[in-house]
Design a protein around this ligand. Structure first.
Ligand code: NDP
Length: 314
């Protein structure tokens, strides 16, 4: 059987992928969008989104993604459930295999596969996901105004999230596994100069406690040493800031990435090192990681792909 031929294949169904699809379908590129296993992406796991322009009363992540999906469908994007299992970007036609057996040949590909926040892997963390456990202070911090919260991590993200939360919350514990922060000196100073942040060096989290929502955390100081001590803290929110993993493994053979796996794009564009392959959203953005910046970069990727496809057919 002949391989399916498409003009534009979009991989990923977060705000970047759907926005690329809206633009591309309105430009008559008849895009096919592979949605992955978590349709709608990371935002479907958050609670309300209140910082996306145009929603004065906020909207749930799941609802917003459904709106974006329907908007893309309205202009003719074809949605497919499935996972991209391998790619071959060596030739002029880009070959993409879905679910191990469906081969698609595309003139251009937009990669919008996002990133996955890392979690500690505690059973209680999974239990309270969305009920006190979050991996995004900018998204969910507002719901913890005047409350006590904890942030885990010692990098720039953790420090940034801790200082952001300190403006909203009564108290912020910063739980750091080592005896020093990894964050830049400027960011560290900001943390140390904020009176309602208490840094707990050499602490690890053993469990989160609570009935329906997070009510506290059981920590251990200097685990496995003679100084080991258990400490219980009362908190309403538990924020993970221990890094993200960009979902770029399947493209690693062809696309240039940085050391952490984020796809490199040519500054100011969505172009990757492979002509005809574009990247947008969190898979190429270690820094901003917001729904609105992902959507904006999805728009850019669609415009870049459109220009590329038109220039091929001239
Ligand atoms: P990083 O990888 O820099 O830091 C992750 C932090 O999480 C480290 O302190 C690490 O500890 C800790 N950690 C990892 N796994 C665990 C675990 N299982 N238990 C407890 N702690 C853990 O990630 P970031 O997201 O902070 O930053 C990513 C990149 O983005 C960096 O290059 C950063 O500089 C950049 N960035 C820049 C910003 C800015 O300039 N404004 C803002 C945000 C990010 P340990 O130190 O012990 O390894």
């Amino acid at each position: 059987m002949a391989n399916e031929q498409v003009k534009l294949l979009i991989i990923g169904s977060g705000p970047a992928g759907y926005t690329a699809a809206i633009y591309a379908s309105r430009a008559n590129l008849s895009p096919v969008l592979i949605e992955g296993l978590q349709v709608g992406g990371q935002l479907t796991t958050t609670t309300d989104i209140e910082n996306f322009p145009g929603y004065p009363n906020g909207i749930s992540g799941a609802e917003m993604m459904e709106d974006l999906r329907r908007q893309a469908e309205r202009f003719g994007t074809e949605m497919r459930f499935g996972m991209v299992t391998s790619v071959d970007f060596s030739g002029d036609k880009k070959l993409v295999t879905v679910d191990g057996d469906k081969l698609i040949e595309a003139e251009a590909v937009i990669v919008a596969t996002g990133a996955t926040a890392k979690y500690l892997g505690l059973p209680s963390e999974a239990k309270f996901r969305g009920s006190g456990v979050s991996a995004c202070a900018t998204c969910d911090g507002f719901f913890y105004r005047k409350k006590d919260v904890a942030v885990v991590g010692g990098g720039d993200t953790a420090c940034e999230e801790a200082t952001y939360l300190a403006h909203l919350c009564n108290k912020v514990y910063l739980i750091v596994r080592k005896d020093a922060l990894r964050a830049s000196k400027a960011m560290q100073q900001r943390v140390f100069n904020t009176p309602n942040i208490e840094v707990l060096f050499e602490h690890n989290t053993l469990e989160l406690t609570g009935t329906d929502v997070v009510e506290g955390a059981r920590l251990v100081f200097r685990q496995g040493t003679a100084d080991e001590q258990i400490r219980d803290i009362k908190i309403d929110g538990f924020f993970l800031a221990i890094g993200h993993k960009p979902n770029s493994d399947v493209f690693a053979k062809y696309l240039d990435t940085d050391d952490a796996g984020y796809i490199k794009t040519i500054a100011g564009t969505s172009k990757t090192n492979v002509t005809g392959v574009f990247a947008c959203g969190d898979v190429q953005d270690p820094r901003y990681r917001q729904a609105i910046t992902a959507a904006g970069s999805g728009c850019k990727a669609a415009l870049d792909a459109e220009q590329y496809i038109l220039s091929r057919n001239d």
